[in-house]
Design a binder for this molecule. Structure first.
Ligand code: ADP
Length: 610
């Protein structure tokens, strides 16, 4: 017995190997005794042999049960995009089952370099710098052969005889399974134990092979998903930029603003160092805006080639893009970069930005042309009105002389004619002065000279103009002005003009014997302002007309309106005058019931120095 125990020396510390060694040695002992053993010893040996065999089977069963469970788990990774968690779990489990010391998931990056994507240690301790050392020759071989590879002891494995890293890092048991999807290597799962040899079996290798297949396919899906997500978020980012850019460039139609804004957006989109935008004028390209270090004038041939061919010129450090509207060049975008090269992956986006800039440039140009034309028209109207005033004053002067009987008494019919001339010239005078006002407003030449004045004084002046006509129509007029109203801060002539317009409208659009009520007070809800309401019991204004009343030349379609003299300029001028004073104007009206026009004028505040 003692002899036997002495002979049964177990070198290995691994249970699996311990059992194997034990089994062989028992077997050898039995054979060496060669039937000479006592029946008692033979029975002992036999039963030990059986025990060892049973233990081996149980161990194997336990391990294969664990492995098949693992395999089932690994299969589920293909369905889930949570591949990381699953791979990590499988790696940890394999480490536990196989007594590996550490595990790594190494992925090939775009440059075909291996990057550690995931790691794990049997001890649960942190992965140290030293732990990152793996055998590149083993990984390379596994990838090249496209099959899992094990070595029970790399130190003596003839396949890796010349690998310095194996010796240097003291590698022994290694299991390396390549991740290959549709022939494309993606990386490896690498498990090893530096201290112990022979911890991996062929069974482990087969299991890791099956697992690696699942993992590779899951990884591929995850990468695809990531790529789609990236592409999607890149698109969303680009669309957001385009949207913001359109909003920004549309906030102003002012030509220079649009040009400067466009260059800034283009530089940002192309990640350029400098940029310039040129518009096509009759005399050639006009560089409307520049930003950063850029000198497009020094590069005329590239620019004219781009315009002539209508094709973008895309180089590593220079981009010249035509700005096209319906295939017609309206300008050119010149972008440069210095230290780096343009990212050609983004070129599609840059071209879309250029398209949007072309629209903005075109709009700004059209607007500018329109503004110029409008200005010319306003100046013409102003000139003509001015020229009309002199003959009109003269006609009215002669009519007044005739009417005064200085040059002989008029017959009844003649007097009627003269009075018709006077009425019509007065109407023309209003029209001409309205035209002059509106053109002054449009060209920004109308000025007001506000000062502290009594509101009632302006109202008296307005009444002088329209009072008589109100009386003629036998309309009932009421005036309600607050006592002790503070002075208004207004231009007296212009406030009179506002009141005259509103009162004459109330008079015009209210039938005979209707009522007109003027109220002036200090509204509690709007401190600092005098409010005036001119209410009438006239024809009223439909909601549709109310929305457009204050635009120039607008008159309601109503025949009751059209039979009254008018140009549709009064309210447009009135609104401008009120707003120039810092006040506001609005209307409340119901068709057939009457209208009330409200407006506010600031009060004069002595402390504020006005
Ligand atoms: P005009 O009186 O010369 O037509 P305005 O600019 O003063 O021009 O007024 C524009 C239009 O607003 C009028 O043509 C009329 O349709 C409507 N309107 C203005 N005031 C009144 C009012 N008090 N009652 C009804 N309609 C009015």
């Amino acid at each position: 017995m003692e002899n036997l125990q002495e002979n049964l020396r177990i070198d290995s510390k691994q249970p699996k190997e311990m059992l194997a060694q034990l089994k062989t040695q028992i077997h050898q002992q039995r054979k060496s005794l060669n039937g000479n053993a006592s029946p008692e010893l033979a029975a002992h040996l036999k039963s030990w042999e059986n025990m060892v065999h049973q233990l081996q089977t149980e161990m194997l069963l336990e391990k294969s049960a664990q492995l098949s469970l693992l395999y089932e788990v690994s299969q589920s990774i293909n369905e889930s995009l949570e591949w990381r968690r699953t791979i990590q779990a499988v790696m940890n489990a394999v480490i536990r089952i196989t007594e590996a010391e550490r595990g790594m998931l190494l992925l090939l990056d775009d440059e075909e370099d291996l990057e550690i994507e995931m790691e794990s240690t049997a001890s649960g301790e942190d992965f140290t710098e030293e732990d990152k050392q793996f055998s590149y020759s083993i990984v390379k071989q596994a990838l090249e052969r496209s099959e899992p590879l094990i070595t029970t002891n790399a130190q003596v494995d003839p396949r890796f005889e010349h690998s310095e890293s194996i010796v240097a890092y003291g590698l022994r048991s290694v299991l390396c399974a390549p991740l290959i999807h549709e022939g494309e290597p993606q990386g490896v799962v690498y498990l090893d134990n530096r201290a112990k040899a022979g911890i991996f079996s062929d069974e482990d290798r087969a299991m890791m092979g099956a697992f690696a297949e699942q993992a590779a396919s899951a990884l591929h899906k995850a990468r695809q998903h990531k790529q789609t997500n990236q592409a999607l978020s890149e698109k969303i980012r680009e669309l957001t930029i385009l949207q913001e850019m359109a909003r920004d460039l549309n906030t102003s139609l002012e030509f220079d603003r649009v040009m400067e804004g466009s260059v800034t957006w283009a530089i940002a989109a192309a990640n350029a160092r400098g940029g310039a935008i040129g518009t096509l004028a009759e005399e050639g390209i006009r560089w409307a805006a520049k930003e950063g270090r850029v000198d497009p004038e020094a590069d005329p041939s590239a620019v004219s080639r781009c315009i002539a061919t209508r094709k973008p010129l895309l180089e590593e450090k220079r981009m010249v893009l035509p700005l096209l509207r319906e295939d017609r060049p309206v300008g050119v975008l010149y972008l440069v970069t210095e230290d780096r090269t343009f990212n050609m992956d983004r070129i599609e986006f840059v071209l879309r930005v250029a398209d949007n800039i072309a629209i903005a440039v075109e709009n700004a140009r059209l607007y500018e042309a329109l503004r110029q034309a409008n200005l010319a028209k306003s100046e013409f109207v102003s000139l003509v009105s001015h020229e009309l005033r002199t003959p009109m004053t003269s006609i009215l002067g002669y009519a007044d002389i005739l009417d005064s009987d200085i040059v002989g008494e008029l017959q009844t019919e003649q007097r009627e004619f003269v009075s018709a001339i006077q009425r019509n010239i007065s109407r023309m005078k209003v029209l001409v002065s309205d035209l002059m006002d509106i053109s002054r407003i449009e060209t920004g030449r109308l000025q007001i000279n506000p000062r502290p004045i009594q509101f009632s004084d302006a109202l008296d002046d307005a009444m002088e103009m329209v009072g008589e006509l109100i009386e003629e129509k036998q309309q009932i007029l009421t005036i309600d002005i607050w006592d002790r109203l503070p002075p208004a801060y207004a231009d007296p002539d212009r406030l009179t003009q506002v009141l005259t317009n509103l009162l004459s409208n109330a008079m015009k659009y209210t039938p005979d014997q209707g009522t007109i009520a003027i109220r002036v007070w200090l509204p509690a809800e709007e401190p600092g302002f005098i409010r005036c309401a001119v209410a009438d019991s006239g024809i009223g204004i439909s909601p549709k007309d109310q929305a457009r009343l204050f635009t120039k030349f607008y008159r309601a379609d109503d025949p009751d309106v059209r039979e009254q003299p008018g140009t549709g300029l009064g309210l447009a001028i009135t609104k401008n005058l009120v707003e120039m004073h810092g006040g506001r104007i609005w209307v409340k009206s119901e068709l057939g019931e009457g209208s009330t026009f409200f407006f506010t004028i600031p009060i004069s505040v002595p402390e504020a120095g006005i």
